[in-house]
Ligand binder design. Structure first.
Ligand code: FES
Length: 105
């Protein structure tokens, strides 16, 4: 995926996940302070949308809304059951008032 313009920075409020369709890749984007995280918007357990889940700001993780598994926003690692597999992560950057997403190389 080439760099994708996900839109203006104000569209990504603090600790509130936003679902972005980046040329067919569904991505959950989360702002925490000065950091922007981006993970695949598909829980590895049973494919729920992580963008509909809750962000746990203190540990930079996100909780799946369906069965409660949590995932590290930085690495995509599954932190709690019932998920055991990681979710994909994307490079997220912010510049000139916009957020950009890119596949990890
Ligand atoms: S679908 Fe996410 S924990 Fe089951």
């Amino acid at each position: 995926m080439a760099e994708f313009d996900a839109g203006p920075s104000e569209g990504f409020p603090e600790a509130s996940p936003v679902r972005v369709d980046a040329d067919g890749s569904e991505i959950a984007v989360v702002r925490l302070g000065s950091r922007i995280y981006a993970v695949a918007d598909c829980c590895s357990h049973a494919k729920a949308s992580l963008a509909e889940g809750e962000v746990i700001a203190e540990e930079a993780s996100i909780e799946c809304p369906r069965h409660g598994a949590t995932f590290d926003l930085e690495t995509g690692e599954a932190l709690t059951l019932p998920a055991t597999a990681s979710v994909g992560t994307y490079r997220a950057t912010e510049r000139d008032g916009r957020v950009y997403l890119q596949a990890m190389s």
